[in-house]
Write a protein that binds this ligand. Structure first.
Ligand SMILES: NC(=O)c1ccc[n+]([C@@H]2O[C@H](COP(=O)([O-])OP(=O)(O)OC[C@H]3O[C@@H](n4cnc5c(N)ncnc54)[C@H](OP(=O)(O)O)[C@@H]3O)[C@@H](O)[C@H]2O)c1
Length: 286
């Protein structure tokens, strides 16, 4: 049976991968910061050598972009050196490794979607530390999948849950109409990752749900599906109540997935509908 080590298992994506993974298909090792801090090199190597996973999926990261700006050392320790430590294990044990990355490796100044062949130019500490993580993975391993996504939502802190929370407590919400991306459900991203690890199609992938929208349009769709009727105000990103340190144009072209033509990500609206359906079934909580 395939042995899969999910690192950062308690985060949005780690949780979603556990949700979509059939336990009969794989033996899973879940670790998060509490059990195993990926910045502790010797402990990470020792865990890998003892458990000898076939696949390592690195979902662990410092994803709070403001925190990364405040504490760059922390960002680089986790996002770059943590990825390096897991790469050392992958190299020693011959495991495949999936490294999650982000549109923040680009500058966000483009007006057309970024493909895997476009040059990176991160403008934030988060983006620079994630690119450093990508580079370590490329340097230390051959059997890698670097998967860049954006606007991911699942169980945890994310834009969807923030909009729902605000809609529960206020009558008006100001959201950026000049930030663009592709909302991507953590479960759909998880499904793609489980597909990729069964292949030998190594390399860098852009993987977002199909379609593009502004933050404002995203919020509009969330409120519609939640049957919440509050006034939504389109504003520039700097005036948004849900602002974060992010590129203005975060649209990724799933170019490689498209040209190898074996896996298609679903449309973002359909994915959001599935997520909101579950949210409603749980009584609109979490
Ligand atoms: N969310 C997005 O929109 C998005 C978009 C594109 C790419 N990504 C990438 O996708 C991956 C998963 O994102 P996500 O949304 O699932 O992030 P998340 O919810 O923030 O989860 C990250 C997990 O990593 C853990 N972690 C932090 N530092 C650690 C350490 N030193 N050792 C071990 N675990 C540690 C966190 O634990 P604590 O919570 O206890 O700190 C958390 O459980 C990340 O690589 C991220 O960069 C995310």
């Amino acid at each position: 049976m395939l042995k899969v080590w999910i690192v950062g298992a308690g985060g949005q994506l780690g949780t979603a991968i556990n949700d979509v993974l059939d336990p009969l298909d794989a033996e899973v090792f879940n670790t998060d910061k509490e059990e195993l801090d990926i910045t502790h090199t010797d402990e990470v190597i020792s865990f890998g050598e003892i458990n000898r996973p076939d696949v390592i999926i690195n979902c662990a990261a410092v994803t709070d972009t403001a925190l990364c700006e405040e504490q760059p050392e922390l960002a680089y320790r986790v996002n770059a050196l943590g990825a390096r430590n897991l790469s050392i294990v992958a190299r020693k044990t011959g495991a495949k490794i999936v490294q999650l990355s982000t549109d923040d490796v680009f500058d966000g100044l483009s007006t057309t979607p970024y493909s895997e062949f476009d040059d990176t130019n991160p403008r934030t500490v988060y983006g620079r530390s994630k690119r450093a993580g990508e580079n370590y993975v490329k340097e230390f391993t051959h059997k890698h999948f670097i998967v860049r996504s954006n606007w991911v939502y699942g169980k945890g802190d994310n834009f969807v849950n923030s909009v729902l929370e605000k809609a529960g407590s206020q009558k008006q919400l100001s959201v950026a109409a000049d930030q663009f991306g592709s909302p991507t459900s953590a479960r759909d991203l998880g499904r793609l990752i489980l597909y990729l690890i069964g292949t030998n199609e190594y390399g860098t992938y852009h993987a977002t749900c199909k379609g593009t929208c502004s933050r404002y349009e995203f919020a509009e769709e969330i409120l519609k599906l939640a049957d919440r009727n509050i006034e939504l105000k389109p504003v520039p990103a700097r005036e948004s109540e849900l602002a974060s340190v992010r590129p203005a144009y975060a649209v990724l072209d799933n170019f490689i997935l498209r040209i190898i033509d074996v896996y298609e990500m679903p449309d973002w609206r359909a994915s959001l509908e599935e997520y909101m359906e579950e949210w409603k079934n749980k009584g609109g909580i979490g």
